[in-house]
Design a protein around this ligand. Structure first.
Ligand SMILES: [Cu+2]
Length: 188
């Protein structure tokens, strides 16, 4: 380059076309050999395209690496994921309490014997208990018409209770006042 710059001012007669041709040839020679030139101007123009091309070349290189990394990652993940369901299946058994829920719990029902009467008929759940309370000033008793169960004499202020575990319909009476003290107990 030093040689070229020295020559150019030394030959003012040279045509502009020839001078341009020399400059182009000089630039081409610098590009070709890459010799360490001292002047910065042409060097900068030569250096600029190199990093641009290296950058564009680096971009496609990085992209396939990232893609291969993404593809390879799900493959090892699928292994442990498939293994977990195999360990998980065991626990499915507890729906039994739901079937027991609809049935009402056994209760205790009170029937007052008042005015020489048992009052209205009564329906209870199996396992429930019925308590007959004598609120009259006279004696009473409670006796099933089918003779399956009966009470002793219940004096005023006393009570009799019985638990009914089996479903059924029981007509019962007070044997001391049969004509007026009758009722029906339904166990379901
Ligand atoms: Cu009675």
């Amino acid at each position: 380059m030093h040689v070229l710059r020295d020559r150019m001012p030394a030959r003012p007669v040279m045509s502009r076309a020839a001078a341009l041709l020399l400059v182009v040839l000089a630039a081409a020679s610098v590009l070709g050999c890459g010799s360490p030139a001292t002047d910065g101007a042409p060097r900068a123009s030569i250096t600029a395209p190199a990093p641009a091309s290296s950058t564009s070349a680096a971009s496609p290189t990085v992209t396939p690496l990232a893609t291969s990394t993404l593809v390879s990652t799900p493959t090892p993940t699928a292994g442990p994921t498939a293994t977990l369901p195999v360990i998980a299946p065991p626990p499915p058994p507890p729906p039994t309490p739901a079937a027991a829920a609809p049935r009402p719990a056994p209760e205790t029902h009170t029937v007052g014997m008042v005015g020489v009467a048992f009052g209205a008929d009564l329906t209870i759940e199996a396992g429930s208990t019925v308590v007959w309370v004598n609120r009259d000033p006279v004696d009473h008793d409670i006796s099933a018409l089918d003779s399956s169960w009966s009470s002793p004499v219940v004096r005023p202020g006393e009570s009799f209770q019985r638990r009914f575990d089996q479903p059924g319909v029981f007509r019962y009476v007070c044997t001391l006042h049969t004509l007026v003290m009758q009722s029906t107990l339904t166990v379901r």
